[in-house]
Design a binder for this molecule. Sequence first.
Ligand code: GLN
Length: 577
Amino acid sequence: MARDGHKYIFVLGGVMSGVGKGVAVSSIGLILEQSGHPVNLVKIDPYLNVDAGTMNPTEHGEVFVLKSGLETDQDMGNYERFLGRDLTNDDYMTSGMVYQAVINRERALGYGGKCVEAIPHIRDEIIRRIEAAASYNGSRISVIEIGGTIGDFQNALFIEAARVLKMQRPEDVLFVMVSYLPTPGTLGEMKTKPTQTAVRDLNSYGVQPDFIIARSKEPVDEKRKEKLAIWCNVRKDHVISAPDIKSIYEAPLNFEKDKIGEMLLEALHLNSAKKPNLSKWSKFVKAAMNKTAPEVSIAIVGKYFDTGDFVLSDAYLSVIEAIKFSAAALGQRAKISWVNSKDIEKACLPAGRGGAKALAALAGYHGIIVPGGFGESGIEGKIRAIQYAREHKIPYFGLCYGMQLMVIEYARHVLGLKRAHTTEIQKNSEDPIVDVMLEQKKHLADNKYGGTMRLGSYPAYLKKGTMARAAYKKELIEERHRHRYEINPAYVKKLEAAGLVFSGTSPDGVLMEIAELPRAEHPFMLGTQFHPELQARPLAPHPLFTEFLKAAVAQKKKKHLVSAVVRKAVGRLARKK
Ligand code: GLN
């Protein structure tokens, strides 16, 4: 049970999805915390999946793994990045989790023979979970995002739980609706009607919003604020203008223009004397948005079907953000390009044409990343790209699958094990360089896929004198994982003898957590079995991403130097003629 006087802010979406509830929650969290009021942020996902781990990232967005190993929604990543700290299992809930808990209790006779129903049992389980999250060390305010849009069937029980909490403690609960104000091209005028209708929908649940965050293309003017105030029954100064912004990190600064923090605190009867200190944050935003910063060009090589950039940026959200944080810290601007590994693969087939050309295109980038992934599609293309990066000394950073494939590439082309493979793709591989982890075999045999990978934070020791150790500047690290396969210990010695360095291992020395080439061989060729991107934060960029980007910047300089030398030589030749 949360302490007396604990406050709850529920954030709901009106009109349509995708208007930035998650960013609103993250921004409110940052502002309140920087005003001296510790928060905890909670995401509620109304789907029946027990966690996000079984969902396709190109449809649902990235799976964000918490320190504990819980597989959650990408919004949780934004929460952690804005707050700058780790969240816990209590901070995430799905309908699947709630129903599973109630059904398990029912099977254990936990309801003493009663008929178990959505109301009150599911509703009360939701409230129990919200209160468990509220007991987070020293937090005084919970900011809770109810996923989906007002009017959806799926989130009605969560709204009902919030209503009951408000009824029980009216002084402690606030509702914030994030809504959208369209400006139809034909009219050129911003319309408030859809938001009015959404508020009426919310009213039909017995809930009245206290604040409206009005998302729109342009800032919301006074007239529109007045209209929303009258028709939606909300104080005019509680209508917060939230126009489109270039970077989500600007949102807290924008919200503060309308003094959202002060007003929320006032509405919660909390002391609002301290102005939020956003100076470090604005410094970061300035650096991240500096258009005049020099550009460094990074290719992410993956298997991308016919998805648009929009979908891709959601599927690899943390990777993109991690690149941006390190780039900002180095005073650089990262230009990220998507390279389809299937295109490289097709071009490199014996029957294909233009393999050399497809690969040569990679020389145009200052750094190459192969991110995490699963399955067969496009992997030969990725291996070709990795080989190209190694042979042409282009900085390369492999994340999870990107590390496993980097080691396979090394085994095939340096160690000479032509048939080197992963048993994820080739069950009976003659040289299973990457093999299923022992404890995973049973899960796979039993078709137990949900929540059974090697998940969450594990320690690793770093070898002296390696790039990894130099980057982290310490011996013991903890990073988050999400995989079933690992570098096969039977091949480690051979790979090392061939020049590959395993610079990070599990404390018992069995699992290879980082592979790299010595700096003398290659400016930056490093892969991690874990996902470093999950721990990169705006105000604490990840050291490996920073090192990778430093190498990419050096690569850019080298390329310029080479082209200057070539230009000079061509000029000399021309003059001689
Ligand atoms: N498919 C690989 C494994 O399961 C890599 C997973 C990943 O990249 N997250 O081990």
